[in-house]
Ligand binder design. Sequence first.
Ligand code: ZN
Length: 403
Amino acid sequence: KTLLARAVAGEANVPFFSMSASEFIEMIVGVGASRVRDLFERAKQVAPSIVFIDELDAIGRARGSVASFGGVDEREQTLNQILTEMDGFTGNEGVIVLAATNRPDVLDPALLRPGRFDRRVSLNPPDQAGRAAILAVHSRGVPLAADADLDQIASTTPGMVGADLANLVNEAALMGARRSHERVTRADFADALERIVLGAERKIMLTEADRRRTAYHESGHALLGMLLPGADPVRKISIIPRGRSLGVTFQSPTADRYGMSEQELRDRIVGALGGRAAEELVFGDLTTGAETDLEQVTAIARQMVGRWGMSKRIGPMSVLPEAGADVGFGTIDPRSPSEATRQMVDTEARLIVDECHQRALDVLHAERARLDRLAQVLLERETLGEADAYEAAGVPPPRTSTV
Ligand code: ZN
């Protein structure tokens, strides 16, 4: 966003003033407002010019809707000063004010009125061609080997944004340097990507019983990922502990996705429950290892019911706030659903999860031989790439492979 704003100023060929909203806010009340005044004063002196305020939500959150600890007065004063400055334009100052935020939903409505921030441009994460172009920018100073094909790397990074891609190039360069490569190779990029998406390996010793359980857990996820039509292809399975988890199954789509069907969402839930279902099936009891799986499952099921109208009883209504929208302590969000509706969301979400859980158990039970074989190969080899994983499970690999 910052680069885009700078590019706009570059195209317009005028002075550019940039500040992050969080920088306005200091512990001392009144400083923020005076910084805003200074900023606009300087911009007016050299007009025509562009003022860019990054992370606008840091000061522009709806007043009174979110309880925060301290700094409320300061934030309000700063926000009021911005509003005053923008209203003070008579129209011929020649100062254009741009702002950026990741959270347009929490902005104070006063900021969005006509004459203030009244035009919105929403930026989606880059598509494959966009990612290739961004990678080209970030790898300008990095010597690339002939096999490091930026289009191919872009195809393996759906969902990544500029900062992620910059980080990927950086990690790949470090990886190459550590291996004394003169140029950064395709393998350096692949390993850097693995490190970023899977987390760094952790040196701990698992008991044989824990390894076996982890192998079945990950095989459960992976096998369902291979067999369910709506699931994303399995790219990698590993039972080497990383970060908080003892194992990992990495799935990614073959192309950029912009929406999901109910069936795909259900298949995703079934797959996420696959680890736990495999443990139930094979060991007959449960462990704490499925914690993040269950968080993911709950979040998807609740969104299906409360935001995407995918349950019979709630019907096509949006009754839950957007995922990630924070509701502050002790404040009542006027959009928050009634107690009765909340209970209905819980009941309906539970119904979806129960059905998906049963399906996970059924499929794994029916495909037990594949599950055993995959877990066995995983125990022997610890990490399996896409081709080896599908071969071990005896499932034909997906037609288009990007890794
Ligand atoms: Zn899991």
